[in-house]
Write a protein that binds this ligand. Sequence first.
Ligand code: SAH
Length: 294
Amino acid sequence: MPGLGGAPGEHGGGVNRPPRGARFPAGLDRLDGAAAAPATPGVRSGTHPPEPLRPQRPLAQAARDAARQTSVAGLGLDSDTVRQRMVQRLRAQGISCEPVLQALARVERHRFVDTALATQAYEDTSLPIGHGQTISKPSVVARMLALLHDSERARAQGALGRVLEIGGGCGYQAALLSLLARSVLSIERLRPLHEKARQNLHGWRQGDLRLMYGDGRLGHAPWAPYDHIVAAAGGDAVPEAWLEQLAVGGRLVAPVQDERGRGQVLVVIDRTASGLREQRLGAVHFVPLKSGRE
Ligand code: SAH
């Protein structure tokens, strides 16, 4: 599969006026075709089970947000326009899944990366998010989400339904997923990144998005089955727990070590009424799937 060359990290862009569609962190309007919002939309966070977010931003966080806002505005870029250009480039690369492209046009990627990297946020490049981890380049994220959107379930329902994300990182892909799914559970094993995603998504009012601190290799059985499972970190094999927690008609997309030891490939696994069907797509390069929590 062309263009699946990297997952570790990316950036860029700025805002000098409020973007037309997306308001972040104040919330987003629902995309056409997405499922109805649950009674209590927004982000929740925690371990097992996730706790509700505090209603107020701490003062220090509010100050950081304000500083970030100013510095992005100071770049003199209109992030809405820059995102639209990014989407045009993705279209030109052959990504044609409209709901995914619309989600990419709306989520302000520059808010998920360090201010110093904000000018690169809308280039097709992976970017560091700290703690040795990276946010995947937009074309890789787009292709993975488009693969999910092409599952039997998504084609039948027009949306992603219940999603499990492993490797929440800074929360960017979780935000995209929340525009495409009825509910999203995003698990991250590094506490500082879990906290960062929580901050980045503070005030996010889209759908039912929950952030969990834990070892995603185990999935989260109490809320299974999931219509879609997507991993942003690759291990030697797809953990059994993910397969067990995948709904019939559902799809799993994950990087996995190639059997011949030649790096990672992207695996797509569909659970059909008669069993599992696996496809191996092109080479990818994601951070390792690790065990335990830190
Ligand atoms: N989707 C993320 C990408 C983050 S990079 C984003 O948009 O930012 C992949 C992440 O997977 C890293 O943060 C890494 O800590 C995490 N990870 C690796 N192994 C994991 C595991 N077993 N459980 C949960 N997260 C894991």
